[in-house]
Design a protein around this ligand. Structure first.
Ligand SMILES: C[S@@+](CC[C@H](N)C(=O)[O-])C[C@H]1O[C@@H](n2cnc3c(N)ncnc32)[C@H](O)[C@@H]1O
Length: 253
């Protein structure tokens, strides 16, 4: 894509307007946040930092987390770039990226920085689109970002310049589930991968489209999601990945 990096800030503003108007989306996301929170080690000392917080919603479910993003919005705690984190070595217990990993043109450059700041038993938690038989057409046709399922991924570990707006919605599915690059990500332990159906999310229209169901049907759809999550390759729409720097002790399953 050739859009400038500031395209993110344009989207943050429009997402904020949509979020305020759409209670249904807030409820759908609340369930996503609970999945992320379930991967947090409550005993761990050190800061919990969210990278790419966007409109900053995670914080209302996880008040102790530091909200950060590339752009200085008033609800954030800190402006920071995932490729150049302003934290001391081994000082952070958790890094959380919600829909941010697929915007990292050079994931290894980010992972190198994440490994530097995380404590040895720290956790990196990624929440991402999951590409399946059912979700592919939705992400490919109804979302403005490319799925980029066959595009090469940049595995260099240097900060990519010039910076631009990069998006490849399929990257987490390709790297953590299809295991396109066996052995990757090398020095990390992947302690959790789960992919699950989320028709409650897809049919909500997300931030940019109208909802295809009334708020009162959310519970029913979420129950359907639970059932369909048994077959993620067919019905999956979202995924959660947990990584630890190698050397951590008994990461959870
Ligand atoms: C799709 S939005 C997700 C926002 C938020 N996490 C959410 O779930 O609503 C992607 C966010 O990642 C941020 N982002 C992209 N590249 C980044 C980087 N290198 N470092 C930090 N944040 C980044 C963008 O500014 C944007 O806010």
């Amino acid at each position: 894509m050739t859009a400038p990096l500031t395209q993110h800030q344009v989207e943050i503003q429009s997402n904020l307007a949509a979020w305020k108007k759409k209670l249904l989306l807030q409820k759908v996301y609340a369930q996503f946040y609970q999945r992320i929170i379930a991967l947090i080690d409550p005993q761990a000392a050190g800061r919990i930092v969210e990278i790419g917080s966007g409109i900053g919603n995670l914080k209302s479910h996880l008040p102790g987390a530091l909200s950060t993003d590339l752009f200085p919005n008033p609800w954030l705690d800190l402006v920071c770039d995932g490729y150049e984190l302003p934290f001391r070595d081994r000082s952070v217990s958790h890094l959380i990226l919600f829909d941010v990993f697929h915007h990292l043109r050079a994931p290894n450059a980010f992972l190198r920085e994440a490994k530097r700041v995380l404590l040895p038993a720290g956790r990196l938690i990624l929440f991402e689109p999951f590409i399946s038989f059912c979700s592919y057409p939705v992400y490919a046709l109804l979302h403005h970002e490319p799925v980029a399922y066959t595009q090469p991924i940049d595995f260099s570990d240097v900060l990519p310049r010039p910076r631009d707006y990069y998006a490849a919605q399929g990257n987490a599915t390709r790297l953590f589930f299809k295991r396109e690059n066996p052995g990757w990500p090398g020095v990390w332990t992947v302690f959790h991968t789960s992919a699950f159906a989320s028709f409650s999310y897809l049919l909500s229209g997300g931030f940019s489209k109208p909802s295809l169901y009334p708020d009162s049907c959310l519970g029913l759809l979420q129950r359907c999601d639970e059932v369909f999550s048994r077959w993620p390759k067919i019905f999956g729409a979202r995924c959660l990945v947990g990584l630890s720097p190698v050397g951590s002790v008994h990461p959870p399953q």
